[in-house]
Structures are given as structure tokens and as C-alpha cells.
Design a protein around this ligand. Structure first.
Ligand SMILES: [Zn+2]
Length: 386
């Protein structure tokens, strides 16, 4: 699959989006956007940390023009792993695989199936300002996805005046009533990774065959790579906000309302000023640390929400940089915003490494599998010799 022409197509599409204004106290914008808001949200993922499919046919290098920011984030995370993390993930072939997989959730978007679009699209973002619509703060978010979805739906039913009406013709994948599931997606993938580590540990300790261990390792690599996409999305401030593509609603500071802004931050700026250098950024990565309050069932979820809130708090900083010409991409002033964007890549890589490490650290042994392996071993040892 080639993404070679996709960014151009998306860019032109975003340019065509008409300006939309808030009709309620919180400017949701959803129903004034063409193409559908959710589609735009999804497209933005592809571009912002995108270009993944092009990039990582060779791992461990950086600086090519089409260098993928998503791939950079996954590689920065690899650079953070302590030496007692399973070493197989650092083999060249696995590094390459993990980097390549950073683009997988965006590749899914190329499939027109509504089921996948419905399930995958809202996983890439959360518009934190919209939590007000259901009288929640980020700290009050329930840690379970469908509990939140129900709360949001209940709020829409109880307070329809808070929400813009949805045009069914623009909502074929039925995602426009949603405000995004990014924190739940990240935590669910962390649980999947922990599960992979659990059965890997058990296969290794309790008599798994080489093929079983290799399969478990392959699963670890797959989940690590795919989930890296979503943690990377979270480090892009525009994936956490209603102001995802130009400021909306009240605009006392006169921030840009240009609907090329997201595309520019996605990849245009780096393409113009030079792709980020892995070898430079990796020097700013620290050894991974466990995230989430120990002993608290929702500790990881709270840490992920805090991570996203931190990026949301930088949305205005990003717009301010643009206003000051520091994201123009030419001249000394136009390059001044580059450290900010590179810093976001580092934050994404660091958070991802921390989450990978946490999953490994906390993965319990799979006792059901251990029992099965022990029974198999007993059967084999008691079988009469032929
Ligand atoms: Zn995405």
C-alpha cells in the first residue's frame, strides 16, 4: 500500500472546508464541516504523524524527506527501554516492524467499511473541551469506554440544546455524535500488551515450544507497534481539542482560523524545514519509568488522561507560535517553533516507552496457560515410549 499521494489529497480536502461557527456555548463545529468532521479528524491522524507506510522500510535511520513522525515516536520509545526489557524487540527486524506498525491504524482508514470506520475513527482523538457537554471534567472521566459513551449519549438526550443537530447524510459511519475515545484506546491497548507479555512469560517459563514463544513475541511486537500510533496521536495537541484545524468560537487573541493549519502542523512544517532527526531527539529520551499510581485500578487511565490534558493545555501555545510567525518555516523567526514540535515527538516517545515498560513490568503470569502447559507436559512425560 502506498500513501504517496494521500497527503496531497487530504490537504486539498481540508482547504475546502468552510469556516464554521459555534451555535452553542461550546463550539463543537461538527455539523458545519465538509467533509464530515470525523472523517477530517481521521484524515488528520494520517497526515500529522503519518507518512508511515512510506518510511520504515529501513529502521534505525532518520532524516529522509518522507520521514514519519509516527515512526520517530515509536523508535524514540524503543530508545527509552531499560536493558531488562525483553531484548528481542530491539533486534533490527523487530525495530523495523514496530516502526512500520506505527502507521497501521491509519492504514485501516483506507478501508471503506463502515464498521471499521465507526470503530477506528474516534479512537484517534478526544475533544476535551466537549466534556463540558456532559458536565464532566477530565478527572471525572470513567475509565471504561462504554460507560463514557453512555454518559455522553445520556447528556445528548437530556440536554439536546447543548449539542448541534447531526445531519444523517453526513454521518454514515455514525461517529459524529462522539467526541473521541483516545484515552480508552491507549489503555485498552496497554491491557492487550500486558496480556501478550503474560502469555509470553508463561510460555518461556513453563515449557512453551519455540514456535509458541516466537508467536507470542510476534504478538508483542504487533501490539507495541500499533498502540504506538495512538500514544503518538496524543502528543499532537490538535488531537485533543475542538480547535483541531483553526481556532473556533470566541477568538479574542486573533488566532488563525486557517483550515490549512492542521495540515501544516501535521507534516508541512517538518517537510519544509527538514524531517526530525531520530539521533538528535533520542538523546533527550530518558529511561522508561512505570506510569500510573501503584495499586489504583484506574491508575494508568488517569495517567493517560493527564498526558492528554497536558497536550490540550498546549493548544493555545501552538496557536500563539503560529501567530508570532514561529511556525512559518522560513528565516530565524520562522524556525523558532520547531523545538516545540520536536518536543511533542519526544513526549510521545517517552510516554509510549513508559507505557510499554509498565505493561511488561505489571504483566502477571497467565495461570490458565500455565495449567494447560503443565497438563501437556504431564501427558507427554507419561506417554509410553514408542
Ligand atoms: Zn491517528
Amino acid at each position: 500500500m502506498s500513501f504517496g499521494t494521500q497527503p496531497i489529497v487530504i490537504f486539498l480536502t481540508i482547504n475546502d472546508i468552510p469556516r464554521h461557527s459555534a451555535t452553542i456555548n461550546i463550539p463543537t463545529r461538527k455539523n458545519n464541516v465538509t467533509p464530515p468532521y470525523r472523517a477530517l479528524k481521521n484524515e488528520s491522524c494520517a497526515r500529522f504523524w503519518g507518512w508511515c507506510a512510506l518510511v520504515f522500510l529501513g529502521a534505525g535511520t532518520a532524516g529522509a524527506w518522507d520521514y514519519s513522525s509516527h515512526s520517530v515516536i515509536n523508535q524514540l520509545a524503543l530508545a527509552s527501554l531499560p536493558t531488562n526489557f525483553p531484548a528481542f524487540v530491539l533486534a533490527p527486524a523487530q525495530r523495523e516492524r514496530i516502526a512500520f506498525l506505527s502507521g497501521e491504524p491509519d492504514r485501516w482508514r483506507s478501508n471503506p467499511g463502515l464498521s471499521l470506520r465507526n470503530a477506528n475513527g474516534p479512537d484517534h482523538y478526544i475533544d476535551l473541551e466537549e466534556l463540558k457537554l456532559c458536565d464532566l471534567t477530565p478527572d471525572q472521566l470513567p475509565p471504561l469506554r462504554y460507560t463514557f459513551a453512555a454518559l455522553f449519549a445520556q447528556a445528548r438526550a437530556a440536554h439536546p440544546e447543548r449539542f448541534e443537530a447531526i445531519n444523517p447524510e453526513m454521518d454514515q459511519d455514525q461517529t459524529r455524535e462522539l467526541t473521541g475515545f483516545l484515552p480508552w484506546t491507549i489503555v485498552e491497548y496497554t491491557d492487550k500488551l500486558e496480556s501478550c507479555f503474560s502469555y509470553l512469560k508463561t510460555f518461556e517459563r513453563a515449557g512453551g515450544t519455540p514456535a509458541e514463544i516466537a508467536n507470542a513475541q510476534a504478538d508483542v511486537v504487533y501490539v507495541m507497534g500499533v498502540m504506538g500510533h495512538f500514544v503518538g496521536d496524543g502528543s499532537q495537541p490538535l488531537h485533543t481539542t475542538i480547535h483541531f484545524n483553526g481556532w473556533v468560537g470566541d477568538n479574542p487573541h486573533g488566532y488563525t482560523t486557517n483550515r490549512t493549519f492542521h495540515a501544516w502542523i501535521d507534516g508541512g512544517y517538518f517537510r519544509k524545514t527538514g524531517e526530525p532527526k531520530l539521533e538528535t531527539l533520542a538523546g533527550k529520551i530518558h529511561p522508561a519509568e512505570s506510569v500510573g499510581e501503584e495499586g489504583r485500578p484506574d491508575g494508568l487511565f488517569r495517567a493517560v488522561v493527564a498526558y492528554l490534558v497536558d497536550q490540550n493545555e498546549l493548544v493555545e501555545t501552538l496557536y500563539q507560535l503560529e501567530k508570532e510567525g514561529k511556525l512559518f518555516g522560513e528565516g530565524e523567526q520562522g524556525l523558532a517553533g520547531r523545538p516545540f514540535l520536536e518536543g511533542q515527538l519526544i513526549k510521545g516517545g517517552q510516554m509510549l516507552g513508559n507505557i510499554w515498560w509498565t505493561a511488561w513490568l505489571h504483566a502477571p503470569e497467565d495461570f490458565y496457560l500455565r495449567g494447560q502447559l503443565e497438563q501437556r507436559s504431564a501427558r507427554n512425560s507419561s506417554a509410553p515410549a514408542k
